[in-house]
Design a binder for this molecule. Structure first.
Ligand SMILES: Cc1ncc(COP(=O)(O)OP(=O)(O)O)c(N)n1
Ligand code: TZP
Ligand code: MG
Length: 205
């Protein structure tokens, strides 16, 4: 059984809080990540102030992408960090900075990075991209077997990301992904974000 991890589009407009509320009200979303690429710090802070209450009122974890320092300062539930977003001192330093807040770490298709992250205190490791994606120029491709391997030996949850939609997610669920992280499948669903969440949850079983 996998849970749904919803990530924001890379840029959001003034109506985004309403679209997000509709998406979260459509079904069980476990975590929401604010992932604004190329945004100024002030804009990220304003977005967190507007969106975190919407998310936390629905008992969904609010995770900030890329910025452990801001996640702590703004009281987010956690941060998601790529290998290039880690502070000096790596995952261990990020763990210390975040104190009780959650820490997720991108591990691409690397078993070694994932073991290292888990041992240094990550709350989850993320593998991907599993499928072609138009959202990002993903530099790594992960094979589905990595999910089965990880689940069979580790307690730390794993997240699958990259090109996941209602049509291809069953194999990731089957392989043992704890969370499926999606952007396009929800925000670009032809019938809207609520329909996107419903379609994902129905396909995840
Ligand atoms: C849940 C989750 N997994 C992976 C990523 C990718 O993070 P990163 O490698 O730092 O790339 P950017 O998202 O910063 O472009 C993620 N954001 N969330
Ligand atoms: C952030 C990220 N990291 C690897 S693939 C990806 C994009 C995921 O977006 P989508 O679900 O639209 O493929
Ligand atoms: Mg990053």
């Amino acid at each position: 059984m996998s849970a749904l991890y919803l990530i924001s589009p890379p840029r959001i407009g003034p109506d985004f809080a309403d679209a997000l509320a509709a998406a979260l009200d459509a079904g069980a979303v476990s975590a929401f990540q604010l992932r604004l690429k190329d945004a100024a710090e002030d804009d990220i802070c304003r977005a967190v102030a507007a969106l975190m209450p919407v998310v936390q009122a629905r008992d969904v974890a609010f995770i900030l992408n890329d910025r452990a320092d801001l996640a702590v300062r703004l009281g987010c539930d956690g941060a998601h960090l790529g290998q290039e977003d880690l502070p000096k001192g790596g995952v261990k330093a990020a763990r210390a900075l975040l104190r009780n807040a959650s820490l997720g770490v991108t591990c691409h298709d690397s078993r070694h990075l994932a073991m290292e992250a888990a041992e240094a205190g990550a709350d989850y490791v993320a593998f991907g991209a599993f499928f072609p994606t138009a959202t990002k120029d993903a530099k790594s491709h992960a094979e589905i077997e990595i999910l089965a391997w990880w689940s069979s030996i580790m307690e730390v949850p794993c997240v699958a990301i990259g090109g996941i939609d209602a049509g291809n997610c069953a194999q990731l669920v089957e392989a043992g992904a704890d969370f499926l992280a999606v952007i396009g499948a929800v925000w670009h669903h032809p019938d809207g974000s609520a329909a996107g969440v419903r379609a994902m949850l129905a396909a995840m079983g």
